[in-house]
Ligand binder design. Sequence first.
Ligand code: F6R
Length: 597
Amino acid sequence: MCGIIGYVGSSGETLGTLLQGLSNLEYRGYDSAGVALAASPLTVYKKQGEVDALEDAIPNPAPEGHAGIGHTRWSTHGPPSDANAHPHTDCHDRVAVVHNGIIDNYQELRDELTASGHEFRSETDTEVVPHLIESFLDNGANPEEAFRSAIDRISGSYAIAAVFDETETVYAVRNQSPLVLGLGDDGTYLASDVPAFIEYTDRVVYLDDGEFARLERDEVVVTDSDGAAVEKSVETIDWDPEDAGKSGYRHYMLKEIHEQPHAVRQCLRGRVSERDESVLFEELPNLDADGPVHFVACGTSYHAALYGECLLQEQGTAAQSFVASEYDIDRIPVDEETLVIGVTQSGETADTLRALRGANRSGATTLAVTNVVASSAARECDDVVYIRAGPEISVAATKSFVGQQITLALVANALAGGSSPAFRRALRNLPDQIQRILDESAARSVATTFIGSDAYFFIGRNYHVPVALEGALKMKEITYEHAEGFAAGELKHGPLALVTRKTPVIALVTGDEPTATKILGNVSEVAARDAPVIAVTDSPGGVGQVADRVLVVPTTHPWLVPVLVNVQLQLLAYWTADELERPIDKPRNLAKSVTVE
Ligand code: F6R
């Protein structure tokens, strides 16, 4: 996600501290960067591209100020550009604002502010905030009052920091997006993530949702939404700078697995109404699937496509997934009636782009489901829907796969013309359920138990076949152990010959009758050949009798069980690789974005 840094201290140090903070946040991924100095006048520098490009754009000598804020942006509203980079300012450059998250009601606020004469200079949701602040300043509010009043008007997820001209203060607030304050000897700091200021101080205060902070040179004051002071404890961080980018996790992969509750919330934000739980998928007003639907994708994204295919088929749509490198329009019938959905985290995978370009040439309607705003897939398709998982650093895709699953479930809903209240409720509960798995999973001890196995086999039925394939892919790419996924019914048609007491079988035992009975039958087949069985299940009662180990997932709507099951499989692969001391974030021979066919 985007990164925030703020500083109040010695005037000569402000710009350097902000730029260092932005460099420290580069690991999060970004496409533009900027800083604002509360000098007289308020001064903003921002640039598409890397922090180096921003530094080159700053004059020498630069203006000085005691307070400043900085931001690395990873686009969500509006493509990467100088204008869309943060900080954003009001019409008269009195206040500058940086923001992480998504402001749900930005469109109505933007319409209202435009109608009252405010001029917008970017396509971002963030820019409503400085204009709102300006409107309260115009009505006589002081900076702090104006900041609080503006925050009262917005809904969504946010970590926001602001500086005003001719002041020596940074104001900040958080709601569902992290913010941490740093207490140094020579100043105070604010950041989305500790690494931003780790070389300056190790004493930190974590803000909670709904809390405001006012940073002065020698103190930070935290208040609640009513303005009452909040006593916060000061914690000491004991990470070394190398670990800091991972926020204390051993690997980016583990960090990204743990970011999934947040990624799901971001994906759902503004798409499932907070009030009546209706699904509002406004990005896709004209979407229809009267004709066939083809998915094209590679690797993990292909597994997400297979999951989307299951959902659409269940609704009577003729859906089919293709490995993108095999999508040949000279062989496969594609025409104006076909909707071709490219599923691609990066939006730059050569095989997927080639398939989408072929579909475009055939007159099909194309839709990109991607994580990267303004990526090639996003630009070249007729429509685009973003999964909003945030940047993924680890080569192995985790949170982007979950984002793809949720987005495709919403697309399936949109194509079906609505959704059941039970499904909508289940979506809303999903982030907490994922969190429960992260907190309680037994995957680490299961992983340790089966180290030294000859191979790992993953079996499932129905919606769980894609997840079985994904579980095996994750296991093989980061552990270098042999792993394969199968439709459980296929076992007895060949793979059963490989099953021994040295090949654990990970069985995804979920679903209603008759699927549950059939998969239990498959479990018995492998158990009879002495293979250890690890059941991943939402109903541990029955299978607990047959399985050697059980990884439990909470019960939910049938469409969403595979999302939960997958989290257990990610953890199983991760802890197996960790035990084997593999280079988890950068597996040999693999790249994050594959831009050759
Ligand atoms: C596996 C993995 C890859 C990608 C594949 C497609 O963990 O990440 O299999 O899923 O290379 O990449 P995107 O989604 O960027 O098109």
